[in-house]
Every structure is written in structure tokens, then in C-alpha cells.
Design a protein around this ligand. Structure first.
Ligand code: FE2
Length: 279
């Protein structure tokens, strides 16, 4: 049996969540994914971190699992959630005292799907452990549970994402990159059968800088002075990711396809106010 998974890159603030709410039903109709995984580390209102309320929103929208990265600990009220739930991952290679887990499994039509979230070290500020060794340390455990293993490699450098992908080619079903918020056009199945894309991209404003208002970011670049970054909420929106088909008997990917939704008329004021957990 083939398991079809929809993976979406970083969901940015209110516009990102509004894109999820509006377009996931449509993507489900077109592609019939059996599982949906999104990176949610930028989905809080200010574009930094994630809250329990946002997690309830994602569950309500049909997302099976949320991955993250360097912004995972930005909002303190997510700490208890990370300890109590298994549907939100933090990078596996953060120090062991941090709340949360970096590896989990969930079931799709009776088939377990394993997911590892790991962070790169090149051009990243956090002093995390070696991502290669971190993945290696949980691989045998995971392989006993399932053939289907997906890695979200949250990293800045293309080379490090490719390094993880080639190192684990044939041992995992897919390696998808996140963090740079720009979808790359290098999706393919590697020689060993691992599906790969350097970055899934994001859900947020197209004419922004990684989802943030560009003027403030440019001012920071020009002056080197601290500025407040704000989520861009105006104009055309973009939502990107991939569809991956994985053979559940072999664990090999059979298909990878880029998804890109352009939305010129996104209404999302209600996303700031509604408590989706109450529905
Ligand atoms: Fe990030």
C-alpha cells in the first residue's frame, strides 16, 4: 500500500493559519493525502513560536503532526503542551533537559508513520548536538516500529540538508528541509529511494521577507540597529509544500511533487480572535 503525505513548510502567523484553514480542504480533494504534516514554529500571531491554541487550530484543520525548529521555545505556554502531547515535535538534537520530543509515530489507516524533527548547525545560532548522530541514535528504534520514516531537517544551509538526505538515503522514506521559507525546485527521489526537497517553503505573504514585513528587515540590514519584525498581512499570499507517496512495505518513496497555492484574496481577521479549541 502507498501512503500519501502532504507536507507544508513554515506556517507564518495569522495569514499562514488562514491559508491552512482555507486551502487544506481543497488540497485534500485534489490530492487525497492520508496524512498532513506542517512546520508550525512561526505560527504564533507575531510569527515567532507556537501556542497550545495554535495546536488546537491545526488539529481542527486536519493536521496529524506539527514539526518545529529554532523558535519552538519562544512562547512559554507551549512548554507543558510539549511535555504532555506527542503531536508537536521539537528538534531532536536540542539538549535533553528541554521539554518535548524530537521523534514520534502516528497511525494512518493502521500503518504507523515515523517522524523525526532535527535542526542543522551551519549558520544557526543554537548550539545543538550533531544532527547526523541524533538521527542515527533513534533510527533503529523507529525502524522496529515502521518502515515509513520522514525527517524534517530544519536548517539554513542547503549542504547540510543534502548531507542528511544522502547520509540516510535508503534508510528513511523522506527528508524535507524547512527554515528558509523559500520553496526549492530540487524535489526528487534519491538513488536509495528517499524523497528529498531542500526546502518546503512557507505559508505566508509572497511580497515579504520570509513572511515578515520587508521594510523593517531591510532597515535592520541597512543600519544594523534592532528593529521589531512584524508578520506581513497584506497582498498576495503563498502556500507551498510537497506531496510524497511512500510504499508502506518497503518504506521507499515512489513519488514527490511540489505544491504551490497562490491566493490573491485571503481574508483572515477572524483567525486572530477565534478559539478553535472550543469548537
Ligand atoms: Fe526556523
Amino acid at each position: 500500500m502507498n501512503v500519501r503525505v502532504l507536507l507544508l513548510g513554515d506556517i507564518i502567523g495569522a495569514p499562514g493559519k488562514a491559508l491552512v484553514q482555507k486551502h487544506i480542504p481543497e488540497l485534500k480533494k485534489i490530492y487525497s493525502p492520508q496524512a498532513i504534516i506542517v512546520n508550525g514554529e512561526n505560527c504564533a500571531g507575531d510569527g515567532r513560536g507556537i501556542t497550545p491554541k495554535a495546536m488546537r487550530f491545526f488539529k481542527h484543520a486536519g493536521v496529524n503532526l506539527v514539526t518545529s525548529g529554532n523558535h519552538i521555545f519562544q512562547k512559554k505556554d507551549i512548554y507543558p503542551y510539549l511535555t504532555e502531547h506527542k503531536d508537536l515535535l521539537r528538534p531532536l538534537n536540542f539538549p535533553s533537559g528541554c521539554p518535548g520530543i524530537g521523534v514520534t509515530t502516528f497511525e494512518v489507516d493502521g500503518v504507523p508513520v515515523g517522524v523525526i524533527n532535527v535542526q542543522g548547525r551551519v549558520f544557526m545560532r543554537e548550539l545543538v548536538g550533531c544532527p547526523f548522530r541524533a538521527v542515527e541514535s533513534v533510527l533503529t528504534y523507529l525502524q522496529h516500529k515502521t518502515k515509513i520514516i520522514i525527517i524534517d531537517m530544519h536548517a539554513e544551509a542547503t549542504s547540510e540538508k543534502l548531507g542528511i538526505a544522502f547520509y540516510f538515503d535508503g534508510k528513511v522514506s523522506a527528508v524535507v528541509g524547512t527554515h528558509t521559507h523559500v520553496q526549492t525546485a530540487d524535489e526528487r527521489i534519491l538513488p536509495g529511494g528517499t524523497a528529498y526537497i531542500t526546502d518546503l517553503g512557507m505559508s505566508g505573504a509572497l511580497n515579504s521577507m520570509i513572511g515578515m514585513k520587508k521594510d523593517a528587515v531591510i532597515r535592520n540590514m541597512l543600519t544594523q540597529m534592532p528593529v521589531k519584525f512584524e508578520v506581513e498581512t497584506e497582498g498576495t499570499m503563498i502556500m507551498t509544500g510537497v506531496i510524497i507517496d511512500i510504499n508502506s512495505e518497503t518504506g521507499k518513496a515512489t513519488h514527490i511533487e511540489r505544491i504551490k497555492v497562490i491566493d490573491t484574496d485571503l481574508k483572515f481577521d477572524h483567525i486572530n480572535h477565534a478559539d478553535f479549541g472550543d469548537k
